[in-house]
Structures are given as C-alpha cells and as structure tokens.
Design a protein around this ligand. Sequence first.
Ligand SMILES: Nc1ncnc2c1ncn2[C@@H]1O[C@H](COP(=O)(O)OP(=O)(O)OP(=O)(O)O)[C@@H](O)[C@H]1O
Length: 373
Amino acid sequence: MSLVSLTSHNFRNLVSASIPLHPKLNFFIGDNGSGKSSILESLFFVGHGKSFRTSKVEHLVTHDNNEFVINVKSDNDLQLGISKNFLHGTTQIRVNGKNQNRLSVLAQNIAVQIVTPESFKLFFGGAKERRRFVDLGMFHVKQSFPSLWRDFAKLLKQRNALIRNKVNKAELAYWTESFAQYSEQVSVLREEYIASLTEQLTESLKVLLPTLAEKVSIHYSRGWSQKKSLVEYLNESYEREFSYGYTLYGAHKFDVKFLYGKMPIETQLSRGQQKLFLLALTFAQANLIAKVNRVKPILLIDDIGAELDVKSRALLFSLIEITNCQILITATDNSVLADFLKPSSIESGDDNTGNLGENYNMFHVKHGKISPI
Ligand SMILES: Nc1ncnc2c1ncn2[C@@H]1O[C@H](COP(=O)(O)OP(=O)(O)OP(=O)(O)O)[C@@H](O)[C@H]1O
C-alpha cells in the first residue's frame, strides 16, 4: 500500500495543495519559507494526529482561517482524513468517509516517521523522544502491543490516581501486583523488539556507516533495575511515590541508549555521522514495519542537505533503493539532489543520466504552491 495523493487545505501556508505522490520517492524543492516542511508536517499530522514541530495545534491553521483539512488516498482505495475547526473546537477523523472517534485509527492505517535537522534530540533530549520512537515501531511490528499497551496505560492511570489519593499500602498492593505483571509483559515484548531493531540497524549501518556497523548496539533499560522484582521496588517506594504523586518504576519508564562500543554514540560520532546513524535507525524501523506487511512505512526526510556531504547523500540514496517504503524528501535546491539522480556519475565521472529513471516525482514549492518539475 502506498499513498497516491495528499491534499491539504488551510494548513500553514498550504492554502490549497493537492499533490500526486509517487509510490517510492518524492522530492520537494523550494526556497526557505516556501512551504516544504509544511507539506511533510501535514502528512505527519494525518498519520499521528499531531505535529512534529509544535504542540500548539492552533498555529497550524492558515492565518485568518478557522479550519484546516488534510486528506490522503492510497492505491488500495483507503482514504484517511483529519480536519480541525477552531471556531467550533472540533476535530473530525475520517477513514473511508466514516467518522471515527479515536486518533489511534490513523496510526493503524499508516506508519509515518520523520527525520529532521532537529532529530538529534533522540540522543540529547529526554527519554520521551526515544520512548515515542521505539513504541511507534512496537505499535506496528508487535501485533499484541496496542491492546496490551492500552490496558497497561489504564492500569497506570488508576494506580497514579490511588497514589494521589494517598490510599493505604494494602489497597495499593493489589494494583501494584497487576501493574507489575503488565509491566513484565510489555517489557518482554520491548526487549524482543529492540533485539530485532538492533539486527536491522546493523544492516542499514552496513550501507551508511560500514566501519561502525558491527560496533554499534542499543542498550535497553526496562524501567526498573534487574536487581529486584518490580513489586519489591514499588513496595519500597511507597512513601516516595506519595510525595511525587505518580508511579516511579515500570514499563512506562523504559529508555534506550545507542552505544558505540561502550560509549554513547553522540560522544563518539561527528555530527554528519550522527545524522547517518539517525537515518539508519529510522530506515531499520521502517524495514521492520514493512516486513509485517500490514502498512507500508512512509519516511519523511526534511532538509536532506543539512549535515550530509555528497558522499553521505549518495550512500543514503543506495539505502533508499533497497528499502521498501514511500519517501518524501525536501531540499532547498536541486544541486543537493544531483548525486541522487546521477549516483553512478559521481564515482565513474561519466555523464550517466542516473539509475532512478522515471522512478520519482519532483515538485517545486513556492509560496505554498506546489508544481511538478
Ligand atoms: N499558520 C500559518 N499560516 C500561514 N503561514 C504560515 C503559518 N505558519 C507558518 N507559516 C509560514 O509558512 C511558510 C512555510 O514554512 P515552512 O517551514 O513549511 O517552510 P520551508 O520551505 O520548510 O522552509 P525552510 O527551508 O526554511 O525550512 C513560512 O513562511 C511560515 O512563515
């Protein structure tokens, strides 16, 4: 399944954009401020029900308008749509024309991931970003995860409410037991998933950073130490949990570290290498999602020119060629893509027209208007 079109109305500076999408590769070229990231943002929004740039959804509607609407269609006739009306404070989610109540139906149908110049926060930012990244993959790859996670989240919410109400130890104990059982189950699934992700990451790194491929690993911490059971930790933390007002340990507190040997990746790799690592990781996750064959992963790469030199971009192109996903890439000018379009000419110095042939769509973006090149 690939998307065949994206339409955005009154989203940022995209007043009325209708974009026919290529099943594999789509390039958007335009000056700063032309609307390239807004295109990716609108597609991200239809996949996640939120933006990757802001939590203030009212910033997304075109100035002096009250409603934005985004729709996508796939080659197997799936139609997904989301609109937000700020006058009435309403959100409408539609799947094949039928209104839906839950945002999660969007993510059940498409798997959208993005790499932007800000994606470095996966290394430097808090655990929240890393949890979000891993759980997106879990959601698509581990069939039992979505319902298990929903039940886990309900239990966590109930336990937190009890903590805030300062119930007695005996009353909390019942909830602690089942919370710990669910935490265990989630944790086992995550551990399996991280193992598959690590394998797949090695494969992507063999293309993008071959000298590092075998030295990189993902260290998973499940949310409580191995030394004791979760029930023991929680029972010992009774007083502290009451003063914080929430559950201190459990599967919601997991984190991952990306290591080069024993050192954190970000302390060992150059900025360009870190970007290649981020791309390798995102492609690895996309590959795992593609293998499950339920939804085709969509990768958004904002500002391909940032941090990547000619050789790195050519390597990225070879990874794109062997990855089964639909990709949208933005760039400020065509020259940044020259090596994508003529990969063999760089190496051989010949005037080859490139091996992409007609295998992509390219658009020019100017003042929020999109025209095919
Ligand atoms: N709510 C809005 N309504 C109208 N225009 C907006 C809104 N929010 C942002 N803009 C404008 O939309 C334009 C496009 O922004 P966008 O970030 O998509 O540009 P871009 O092409 O990705 O630029 P760059 O190459 O600098 O990253 C900007 O000029 C911005 O000021």
